[in-house]
Design a protein around this ligand. Structure first.
Ligand code: DON
Length: 564
């Protein structure tokens, strides 16, 4: 774990904290859950009503999402749970990220000519990292929860057994991955109807997954990582060309990591630490934005500056970031004001920088989910969970109901080769036995004496810029429905283009950006699925919002408090 050096705090920072601690005696007037699926939000509310805290609710929501959003996250995947414990102010990131199997090899996705074999790191059991979510749920329940794990898993077990109804979103996702869903009988039998995308209203029942969840409920992590479930997982993976061993499962450990903390215009930003790149890239972008008087810029210049900031932070992502347990990262330098100042000095306001001109050393030594929760004591959770691509690897380990991830694609298969999100990487994110693959997931708290925001979203490489845009909406004084619905744009260093949602830029702004030399890539569809909670300390209210692009639900308890 990286420890950043200590610097004497400024007077304004001390004043901030004095205000903060005076205000922090208060607790929220309501609890809230925002998640990407109504059944998962309801599972969280059920656990809060039963006397559980935000951490118990997080276990319930994660497990329910594993059942009703099989295309996004699950027991066969992993994620990051950012926690704030009100009683002592402890803030920690639970790292339940997948790890490469111990038999993984650096060039396992390349052919004899050294070229990346398409699909190998995306479809089937060879694409699957060792799951972290079951261990993380057991850990959160034991260390931070108030209720037994079995109680918090009960709603998910019920949903798996009774089934959930196919909706239009499920059908879209299943159509997108139909080829791979058809490939294995164990997957086909659960997620398709006679080999086709099921009709609206069809019930997806998962008795196998219910039994696996029961094993977890009964035995804790041992119910998944040892005994019959572990044996079935390994046998099935190996039978279909994968490389997992029982040792991989036994060796898996959750890691508690210190979150990345940044400051921007009087706000404290608490966010994901490596092996997610999210927090480092987010704080780097904020540090660069802080160098400029943004209010003085025209709209086109403001957007141009943000694009240049995104380009540079994503360059550092590709260049430096990886698993903190295995690679050295210059985090202190990357997060410093000096580094931001140096980057900003190279930004021309009249023209786009070419990404190719940034010196990237080639050699040197849809889908995912997010939820946000607050309880009446002020405990908070921001969690982003993933099995990577929609329906992960498309492979259900026989006899377990567990759909495995294809998170191995988040590694850099070879330096400079783009992954499924177009991201490039370097030695720091090369495949190595037991290594955690670099993520973009960015669960985040934004804290100020007047209010606290809890937010995050899925969206692959675009997660970090979405969190940036949502966070800036909060800082501009807008409410959570604006954070989640704001039109989005994105630059990730390579490919060297500005992606943007329909309606994100006026034609005037587009023209101005093109004049400066930006390559614009209009997207046909909106992207992201942000889930946000706002504790307005000044107004003594709690609000929650779910991205209108998705089918999620934000609920506040007591339910009579309506969002503004
Ligand atoms: O960890 C990551 O960065 C990716 N596996 C996240 C994938 C994702 O968000 C897909 N969602 N649309």
């Amino acid at each position: 774990m990286t420890v950043l050096s200590w610097k004497a705090p400024s007077w304004s920072f001390l004043a901030f904290w004095l205000l903060w601690s005076l205000a922090s005696a208060r607790t929220p007037p309501a609890a809230a859950v925002a998640s990407a699926h109504p059944a998962a939000t309801e599972a969280g509310m059920e656990i809060l009503r039963a006397g559980g805290n935000a951490f118990d609710a997080a276990v319930a929501v994660s497990a329910a999402l594993a059942v009703v959003e099989p295309y996004s996250s699950g027991l066969g995947g992993g994620g990051f749970w950012l926690l704030h414990r009100a009683s002592d102010g402890r803030q920690v990131m639970i790292d339940g990220r997948e790890r490469a199997p111990l038999a993984a090899q650096r060039e396992m996705y390349l052919d004899e000519k050294g070229e990346v074999v398409p699909g190998l790191s995306i479809d089937g059991p060879l694409a699957a990292g060792i799951p972290g979510e079951p261990a993380a749920l057991a850990h959160i329940a034991r260390r931070y929860g108030r209720l037994p794990l079995a109680r918090s898993l009960a709603p998910a077990i019920r949903l798996a057994r009774e089934g959930f109804e196919v909706d239009a979103h499920y059908r879209r996702m299943a159509r997108f991955r139909l080829g791979v869903l058809r490939r294995h009988a164990s997957t086909r039998g659960i997620f398709l109807k006679e080999g086709e995308v099921p009709p609206l209203g069809w019930r997806i029942r998962q008795p196998g997954l219910a039994r696996t969840l029961e094993q977890l409920a009964e035995k804790g992590r041992e119910g998944f990582y040892a005994g019959p479930v572990a044996r079935k997982l390994v046998n099935s993976v190996r039978r279909h060309g994968g490389i997992w061993t029982l040792e991989d499962l036994k060796a898996y450990r959750v890691v508690e990591r210190e979150p990345i903390v940044g400051r921007y215009r009087g706000y404290r930003v608490v966010t994901a630490a490596p092996p997610s790149s999210g927090g480092v890239v987010l704080v780097e972008m904020l540090n660069m934005l802080a160098q400029k008087q943004l209010a003085r810029l025209s709209e086109a210049d403001h957007i141009h500056f943000m694009i240049e900031v995104m380009r540079r932070a994503y360059f550092d992502r590709a260049r430096y970031l990886g698993d903190p347990d295995q690679v050295e990262m210059p985090l202190q330098k990357l997060l410093s004001e000096e580094h931001a100042r140096r980057w900003v000095a190279g930004i021309h306001m009249d023209r786009a920088t070419s990404s190719a001109a940034l010196d990237f050393p080639k050699r040197e030594g849809q889908d995912t989910t997010h939820f946000s929760i607050i309880d009446r004591e002020g405990n908070r959770v921001a969690a982003t969970l993933s099995i990577n691509y929609p329906f992960g690897s498309g492979f259900v380990a026989e006899g377990t109901g567990v759909l495995l991830n294809d998170e191995m694609d988040d590694f850099s298969a070879k330096p400079g080769a783009a992954n499924v999100y177009g991201l490039v990487g370097n030695e720091a994110n090369a495949i190595a036995p037991g290594r955690r693959m670099l993520s973009s997931m960015t669960p985040t708290f934004v804290e100020h004496p007047e209010g606290v925001a809890i937010l995050g979203t899925p969206g692959g490489s675009r997660i970090i810029t979405m969190v940036l845009l949502g966070l800036l909406e909060f800082i501009e004084g807008h409410g959570p429905s604006d954070w989640v619905s704001r039109k989005r744009f994105h630059h990730q260093y390579l490919p060297d283009q500005v992606q943007f949602e329909p309606g994100a830029f006026s034609s005037r702004v587009r023209r101005r950006l093109e004049e400066k030399g930006h390559v614009l890539k209009p997207l046909e569809r909106p992207y992201g699925n942000m889930q946000a909670v706002f504790w307005d300390r000044k107004g003594n209210r709690v609000e929650a919002a779910s991205d209108p692009r998705g089918i999620g639900l934000a609920s506040v308890l007591p339910e009579n408090i309506q969002p503004r």
